[in-house]
Design a protein around this ligand. Sequence first.
Ligand code: ADP
Length: 410
Amino acid sequence: MIILALNCGSSSVKYQLYDTNTGILLAKGALERIGFVGTFIIHQTEHQKHRLECDCANHEDAIFTVFKFLTDEEFGVISELNQINAVGHRIVHGGELFKKSVLVDDEVINAIDSLSSLAPLHNPPNLAGITAIKSLLPDVPQVAVFDTAFHQTMPPAAYLYAIPMKWYEKYGVRKYGFHGTSHLYVSRRAAKLLNKDIKDTKLISLHIGNGVSVTAVSGGKSIDTSMGFTPLDGAVMGTRSGSIDPAVVLFMIDKEGFSSEEVNTVLNKCSGVLGITGRYTDRRDIARVAKEGDRLCNLSMDIESYRLKKLIGEYYAVLGGLDAVIFTAGVGENSSIARKMVCEGLEHFGINIDNDKNEAAHSEADISKDDSPVKIFLIPTNEELVIIEDVKAILECSYNNPDFKYSFEV
Ligand code: ADP
């Protein structure tokens, strides 16, 4: 089966084309700056990488361009578009309507559309991708895979806020959580590394990239997560503040006369480690300059790791035990200093990092001391693989089978 995974953002389309028979990634790429001057595509196959300028006014143009590359005589990996058996879409917000991935039909399209007010920047472009495929490949089945679905198992005590219940009932104001596909992938891999059935595991997964979220996973199910109603909540991020006292917003509106849009921009785009350092979002820059003695960069690393430590403590408490802590995403996978700073001081929880293993790890690895009661894993995330396997399982009608397992967990 040949499956195309699509991630349609407001001005970009990211894609991966997989052959599930061979398990080979045939091509991947990204088309950026849709609707702006200077649109370009980066298209990669096993042996080649191309960057070319193109002209795309909207998502349909963009996906048409991707199709041209996939079937091109020089850059292509398939000869005909009808070789694509199915398309899987990453959809940011599934609200309370979607607890799992689903086959797309008109009802699903309307439901995703109805959730746009919860994710105004994400669901409309995600939907534009579905509509474009519907028009370009009308007979090809499409599957929607939601960032929020994995967290739909949280209990009400975890997902409800202590605000008037009417806000939840009328507008759906509650914690939804994000990065679900990533937390699902790494938690299943961790169970495999622990050589345990996922149902018997208690895990804390730290997805630390530009966006950062921490999830408590019990028996393979998310029971709490640090992002909330939006991805702004929780840990300190590249440019997002994470949790703050909500009264700060009111205070700043009073002081500076900010509009809601301005506050939104400051908290989402000018805060986090960028806000603290005043210069950097990339943790590589921060670690380098911190090493040279820069006060704000050191402070940024201290605040980020302190807050992650506290989240581990919270989730240890609600899990009632812990088998492993998992590090994933850009920082979690690549920064040994970040992992060390988070784990140091948590020895009383049985979390004992092995500094040599931590320094040496660059791919999936156990970086805990041999006798550490809680294992510490570095697990590179693979959200696309989850999308591809969900699509395949849905088409083969095995997805809703209670014994369904992903290839990466067996
Ligand atoms: P997102 O998908 O949220 O945009 P990623 O998971 O790709 O983010 O992570 C991006 C971040 O990973 C960058 O901001 C950078 O700080 C960090 N990163 C990547 N490589 C390294 C590294 N070698 N050391 C420290 N941080 C790194």
